[in-house]
Every structure is written in structure tokens, then in C-alpha cells.
Ligand binder design. Structure first.
Ligand SMILES: [Zn+2]
Length: 816
């Protein structure tokens, strides 16, 4: 049937839908909900519908390029999408795994997994689409050159070019310039300038051209900072995020801040936008295509004034109602429905092939936006239920495909297709859904035995399988004779039958005080199979082996202790490792395996020392003190404030302790009293804003200097000082094989009563002498150290343990 859009049939359809709308909706099973929740959901629904029709008015794509999660310009991304409907994508060089963790114990690849997820959550708030280049974040770097050496300059260009050719942005914005800040920022900022040209050049990376075409970005903007205002000049744009979003009722700056707060591991973030408003963001145009239209004066977005070829533009005109934009009708659902169905029928955004081929990506994007708008207005959705969320190779997974109709018109289901795990299946469902109902059907699919695992996620940070295996559900639906498609992609992890979720401690560190003791592990295993699992948990290594049976109920988990008495001891185990495996009763290949490095550190603590410690974010202090065989007790802030501290010889405040435990500030006088009475207080590094000079007995002012080269030379300023000699004689060897960096936020000024023990600096930079400051106070001693001991202890660096033992042992014993 040819359904032509005319005034008469418009009215007929309207009437028919109105009747439908007013029918009692018997099939609706609305759960009783409190009105505020319903209202909230209703508002979210309205906002989604508004966004979907706004998106039809803007065919441009803007890409924001950033080195790390949280470097993206969330404010601009939010404004561009939420106010103008621009398609926004963000591109990150790394996952930010080299940073610190402000909320939990995870570091390195485990931190990268969390930051990738935080970035996705932030992107959802901004309305942007995140993509990752997947370079390793090896920690703070001071130069672009060091970054290029680590990543490969050409490889960085290659990956950027591929993303530009795939995502086809019309304009690129970046917070990073080429000369200042973190080396990763400089390298990213510098290379995107080259990628701008290279993506359009068929001679560059021609092997990519079998997958993607060349692409000419029109404009590239770099964030301009500093006081000089460039507004009004034709070469700049200003973005003011302080306007209130009429649909969501908050300012774009507030929305952007709530996006930023999703980067929780990088906090703490401000809780509110300052009353005076957020800063206006300025960008300078630094590059443009020769064919690009000039940037108009007072341009409000990076794409203002850009033009598409006439034939293309003519096919990208957004549908309207009586020549008014659809956004004006977002709360008049029925009229919107009629208009969008009509647009879909008329083939809006789906031009004949010869025009489509002029700009296929843009037409595909806009057609998919129209599909989404139709889905939003009809209330249609598809999804795979989350029950039994993991996939085991060789096992059949039963997934539930759901097609829902939350709208006001009946929806016919033409076809539902599942794609994933190498299969494409037609899903049999009912063929229609009255308003307010949903249909579901089982999808049975076997995960091929050949499919590799995607857990632990931290081992898949760089291979593209970080988020698991994609499963796609697509439904071809019809309302009032008009077909449209809704689809949804979910990701599921591919897991072994039984997974070793955690082994601790790892690495396993022993010292002279503990090397005679049996090794004591805690191993957590989790079954992913639907039947009972019987097997053997085994640990084996150089001249040792032990194990015990495990019985796991379906999907059950168990934590067990494995105690191993090694046959060979002490120095002999240095550099070797243990294998922890789960075996079937008849051993074949292990079902799961983890490797635990063994470390022997020749580090001793003066005998009889009693240590109290306040951990911040992880168990490094606890494990390191156990490895040293020290009598140690974890202290709470309450213990510091109220309990008797005289039994302790040394108290250690973990890195960023005053940030992790803000109440500690109020109890600080007790810590200083502890020192005065003869104790040794060791305070690990803090950030600038986390540590106030008065927390120390004599002033210490932190600076922003870092030593980022983990092999930076170290000079002993006080070679005869006890901290370098007792009980462990510290040599250059103890500073070998450090990880990540030497130290952060080195003090820039300190009271002359402190003694500086050593100096270090990145090559070619002035020596920093504040890495370890020690001063007598009363009968005791205060030590502030900005070296990254926790990273070395956590990593099992023997030198780190030896110096740590000296810090603990410092100061006279009270009974002396
Ligand atoms: Zn950064």
C-alpha cells in the first residue's frame, strides 16, 4: 500500500491514535510507584524525546581529543549535544591507568578498567560517544618525546587517523596544546594537528582504505587559556555553559559537573558549580581545511557556518510540523508521532544511492537518529535481560530477548534478530504489542569453545575486549504501516568454568623475619557453571606444592586459605613465582590459573618495634608490615583521637591520608603529641591541597614538582644519617627497578630544623631535596616523605622494603 502523506490521512491517523490512546489499557501492568519516581521517569522520558528530535536538526559531528579520562571538555560536549543536537564523540589516548586512585585500592590495569567505565558513565551524562586509542598510561611524563618513545610516534598517528576516518568529525576540539603540561597531553595535542592532514591524504596509511575512506576534517580548535579574550575575533569561539537547559531544568555547567563527578577515582571534585557560574570556555581555530567555510564572527559552535554540498544538504532537512521545529512539540506526543512516522515513510535522510554515496556516514548517522526518534516517540525498545549475565565457552547460554512498547500506539513486530557469538538467529515472538506491554522470547546460543576469555578485564585493557563480547538485538517494528528499526547492543564477559577472582598477597614478599614461616595465601574462586563443580585448588612453585579439593555449588564462590611450607627458603625464591590453579579431578589443562611473583627482600626492622598505621585506599601497608614480620596494628582516626598511643614506637600515615580521612585533621594534635612524647611519625606524600603546613611540627610547604623517571638518579645528601644506614645499609642498588616514578608534590620550602636526606630529579632538571625530611620534635621524630613508597612496596621492590624498614626503625626506643 502506498501511504501518501496528506492532510486527510493525517487527520484520520490522528483520530485513530486518539481513540487508541483513550482506550482503557487493560494489558498495562504498571507497578505501583510513588509519584515522584513516576514523575522523574516521565521527565527523563520527555528529555530523551526532546533530544531525539533535536538530533534530527543537526547533521554535524564534533570530536573532542583527550589524553586521559577527565581531560575531555565535558562542558562543551554537553552544550554541543544537549543544546544543539551535534553528534559528539570523544577520543582518549589512554585509559588513565597510570594515575592515582582516590577511592579504592586498584592501580595500573585494574584502575584502567575502572576509569574506562567511569568515562562511559561521564559520556552518558554529556551525551557523547567515547572511543579509546588504547595506549599505555605509563604515569606522569614531562615531555612529548618520552611519550612518543613509549607509544611510537607513527603508531599514535596511525590510530588517530583511523579513528578520524571512521568517525568522520567535521570539527575537532582539544584541551591540550603542544607545549605545556603532561607529556601525554603534549603528544596528543601535537599529533592531532598532523592527523588532521593525514586522515585526508590517501598516501598516508593506505592499508586503512580498504576499510574506511579518507576524511577531511574542516576545523581544529585548541582550548585557549589565560586572560586575553579572543571573543569577537573571527578565529575563536566562546562556549558559555551557564545557560539553563529548558528541558532538564539545570544548567549545562551543572550537567557537565555531574559528568565530571563520574570520574570518581580522580576526585575529589567540586560538589556544586560556583554561584558566580562556570568559566566561559574559549577555543582558538588553529587549523582549517582549504575548502572550509570561514568561521563566522561570534560563532557559537565549532561547526557554525560549515556547508554541505547542495545535493547532500537538501536531503538532510529535518522534518517539521507547520514549518516549526519538532522540538516545539516534544510534549505533544501524538502530533510528533504522526510527523515522525510520516518522515520515516517519506524516506527522510534516506536518499537515492548516488546522493547517499556522496556522504554515506552522515546519511547513515541521520537515518539512525530518525529511527531513534521514532523509537522514542512510539515508546519502543529492545533489550537482552541481564539474568545469567556471563558466557562460558562450550556452554549454552539462555538469554531473554525483550521487546517493549511503552507508547500510545499498537506496535507490530515484523522481525527480531539476535547477532553475537558468531551466530545470527531469528527470534520468534508474538507479532504485535498493544501499548504498555512487552513480549519476550528465549534466545539459546552456545558460546563457541574457541572463544577466548574476557576476564579478568584488566588483562584485556589493550586488546579491545575490555568490555566483553558484544551481543546485538535488533527488531524491525511497524506502527500504522510504517516500519522502523530499534536495536540495542549489550556486552557480556566470557568467563571460565571456574575463575580465580583474587589471590592475596600478590606478589608474595618475605624478609629475614618471615622467610621461615609457611606462605599463607587467601584465594577466592568463583564458579560460573550451572552444575556442581568438583576440582582441586592447587599451588605449585619451586620445590613446593600443595592443594585441596574444592566443591562449588552452581555459580557458587568460596574463599579459602592455602598454607604452603616451602622446601627451599630465603634468597633462593627471589625472582621465581608460584602458580595457583584450579584443576579438574583428573588433571588436564588447568581450568583457571594465576601467577604469584615471589620476592625476597633483605630488609630488617629493629627488634621489638610496635607500629600503628592508618591506611588510605589499599592494603599495601598492612601487607608490607606483615612481610617484614612487624608487630603492627591498623589504627582508626578514633584510635588516634582517643586511645593510648604510648605503646607504639612508630605511626605511619599512608599517602593522602589527610584526604582519605578528613577527620584526621582534628586529631592531628594527638599525633604531634605522640611525637613529642618520643614516637616516630612517618607521613607519606599528599597532594598540594591536602596537606597544610601546620599539620607538621615545623612548617613544610608542598609544591607541584614531581620526579617522573622511575630510574632518576638519587644522591645521598647525608650519607651518614641513620635513615640511610640503620638497620639496613642503603645503597644505590636500593633505588634500582622502581616502578612508575620517584615521587610527587615535593616540598618546596621547609623549616631549617628539618634535615633533607637525599636529592633526586628528572634528567636535566634542578635537584629536588625535599623527598625525605626528618626533624626531631620533643623526644621524638617527624618524617615527611614525598617518595612513592607505596608503589614500590605494593610492587615488591626489595629496596623499597629496606628503606621502609629504616623509616619504621628510626628514632630512639622508648625503653632506652
Ligand atoms: Zn590528563
Amino acid at each position: 500500500m502506498v501511504f501518501r502523506h496528506s492532510k486527510r490521512c493525517y487527520i484520520a491517523l490522528l483520530l485513530c491514535l486518539l481513540i487508541l490512546y483513550q482506550q482503557p489499557r487493560a494489558q498495562v501492568q504498571t507497578p505501583p510507584a510513588d509519584t515522584s519516581a513516576t514523575e522523574k521517569a516521565d521527565n527523563a522520558d520527555k528529555a530523551a524525546l526532546y533530544q531525539a528530535v533535536l538530533d534530527l536538526t543537526n547533521p554535524w559531528t564534533v570530536m573532542c581529543v583527550a589524553a586521559h579520562p577527565d581531560d575531555e571538555d565535558g562542558s562543551t560536549l554537553t552544550v554541543l549535544r544537549r543544546k544543539y543536537g551535534i553528534h559528539t564523540v570523544s577520543l582518549f589516548s589512554t585509559f588513565g591507568e597510570g594515575g592515582q586512585n582516590a577511592v579504592g585500592p586498584e592501580l595500573y590495569e585494574e584502575l584502567g578498567v575502572i576509569r574506562a567505565r567511569e568515562t562511559i558513565a561521564a559520556s552518558q551524562v554529556q551525551g557523547s560517544e567515547p572511543h579509546f586509542l588504547g595506549f599505555r598510561d605509563f604515569g606522569f611524563s614531562k615531555s612529548a618525546e618520552e611519550t612518543f618513545r613509549a607509544w611510537g610516534e607513527k603508531e599514535l598517528l596511525r590510530r588517530m587517523v583511523l579513528q578520524i576516518r571512521t568517525l568522520r568529525p567535521d570539527a575537532i576540539i582539544t584541551n591540550h596544546d603542544t607545549t605545556s603540561g603532561h607529556g601525554h597531553h603534549q603528544a596528543t595535542g601535537r599529533m592531532i594537528l598532523q592527523a588532521f592532514d593525514a586522515a585526508a591524504d590517501p598516501k598516508q596509511f593506505p592499508e586503512q582504505l580498504s576499510q574506511v575512506g579518507t576524511w577531511q576534517v574542516q576545523r581544529l580548535f585548541v582550548r585557549s587559556r589565560g586572560g586575553e579574550t579572543s571573543t569577537g575575533t573571527p578565529q575563536a569561539i566562546s562556549i558559555d555553559p551557564n545557560e539553563t537547559d529548558p528541558i532538564r531544568g539545570t544548567t549545562f555547567a551543572q550537567q557537565a559537573l555531574s559528568g565530571l563527578q563520574k570520574h570518581a577515582t580522580q576526585g575529589p571534585w567540586p560538589k556544586t558549580v560556583p554561584p558566580s557560574g562556570a568559566r566561559v570556555i574559549r577555543y582558538s581555530l588553529v587549523k582549517q581545511a582549504t575548502s572550509a567555510a570561514p568561521l563566522p564572527e561570534n560563532a557559537k559552535t565549532p561547526v557554525d557556518g560549515l556547508r554541505l554540498p547542495e545535493q547532500v544538504a537538501a536531503k538532510l532537512v529535518a522534518p517539521t510540523i507547520d514549518d516549526k521545529p519538532l522540538t516545539q512539540f516534544f510534549d505533544r506526543r501524538l502530533e510528533l508521532l504522526v510527523s515522525l512516522l510520516s518522515a520515516r515513510r517519506r524516506g527522510v535522510f534516506t536518499p537515492p544511492k548516488e546522493i547517499f554515496d556522496l556522504d554515506p556516514q552522515r546519511f547513515t548517522l541521520m537515518a539512525s537518529r530518525l529511527n531513534k526518534a521514532v523509537a522514542a516517540v512510539t515508546g519502543a525498545a529492545v533489550y537482552l535481560s541481564s539474568a545469567g549475565s556471563e558466557l562460558v565457552p562450550g556452554e549454552e547460554a539462555k538469554l531473554e530477548a525483550i521487546v517493549a512498547n511503552a507508547g500510545i500506539a499498537e506496535i507490530q513486530i515484523k522481525q527480531v534478530t539476535f547477532r553475537g557469538l558468531g551466530s545470527e538467529l531469528k527470534v520468534e515472538t508474538a507479532d504485535k504489542m498493544p501499548p504498555g506491554t512487552e513480549v519476550s522470547a528465549d534466545v539459546k546460543v552456545t558460546t563457541p569453545k574457541t572463544y577466548g576469555l574476557t576476564v579478568p578485564s584488566s588483562e584485556h585493557l589493550y586488546d579491545g575486549r575490555l568490555f566483553g563480547e558484544p551481543l546485538n538485538l535488533e527488531a524491525e517494528l511497524m506502527v500504522e504501516g510504517t516500519t522502523f528499526v530499534v536495536e540495542n547492543e549489550t556486552r557480556r564477559d566470557i568467563v571460565p568454568q571456574v575463575e580465580i577472582v583474587d589471590v592475596r598477597p600478590s606478589p608474595y614478599v618475605t624478609t629475614p623475619a618471615t622467610s621461615q614461616k609457611p606462605l599463607d595465601f587467601q584465594v577466592r574462586v568463583q564458579s560460573h557453571v550451572k552444575t556442581d563443580f568438583r576440582g582441586l585448588l592447587r599451588v605449585s612453585g619451586p620445590s613446593l606444592e600443595t592443594g585441596h579439593d574444592i566443591n562449588l555449588s552452581p555459580k557458587g564462590a568460596e574463599t579459602s586459605n592455602l598454607v604452603v611450607r616451602p622446601l627451599s627458603l630465603a634468597g633462593q625464591i627471589q625472582g621465581s613465582s608460584l602458580a595457583v590453579t584450579v584443576d579438574l579431578p583428573v588433571p588436564k589443562e588447568p581450568v583457571a590459573k594465576r601467577t604469584v611473583p615471589l620476592v625476597y627482600a633483605d630488609a630488617v626492622v629493629v627488634s621489638g618495634r610496635k607500629v600503628g598505621y592508618i591506611p588510605s585506599y589499599d592494603a599495601t601497608l598492612e601487607r608490607s608490615l606483615a612481610a617484614l614480620g612487624v608487630d603492627a596494628k591498623k589504627l582508626s582516626v578514633d584510635d588516634i583521637a582517643k586511645s593510648d598511643l604510648t605503646p607504639y614506637h612508630t605511626i605511619i600515615i599512608d599517602n593522602r591520608g589527610y584526604e582519605a580521612h578528613p577527620e584526621l585533621v582534628a586529631a592531628n594534635s594527638r599525633l604531634l603529641k605522640f611525637v613529642e612524647d618520643g614516637g616516630t611519625l612517618v607521613v607519606f606524600y599528599h597532594r598540594l591541597n591536602e596537606f597544610k603546613s601546620q599539620y607538621a611540627p615545623y612548617p613544610i610547604t608542598l609544591g607541584n614538582e614531581r620526579v617522573t623517571e622511575e630510574d632518576a638518579p638519587v644522591t645521598f645528601l647525608q650519607p651518614r644519617h641513620p635513615l640511610l644506614n640503620f638497620p639496613n645499609k642503603i645503597t644505590q642498588k636500593d633505588f634500582a627497578d622502581w616502578v612508575q616514578e620517584r615521587g610527587l608534590y615535593f616540598p618546596k620550602e621547609w623549616d631549617p630544623r628539618y634535615t633533607a636526606i637525599l636529592a633526586t630529579s628528572d634528567r636535566g632538571e634542578p635537584a629536588l631535596k625535599g623527598g625525605i625530611l626528618v626533624a626531631p620534635y620533643g623526644k621524638g621524630n617527624y618524617i615527611y616523605t614525598s617518595l612513592v613508597w607505596y608503589r614500590q612496596l605494593r610492587d615488591g621492590n626489595p629496596g623499597g622494603y629496606r628503606f621502609f624498614a629504616n623509616l619504621i626503625s628510626y628514632g630512639r626506643r622508648k625503653e632506652d
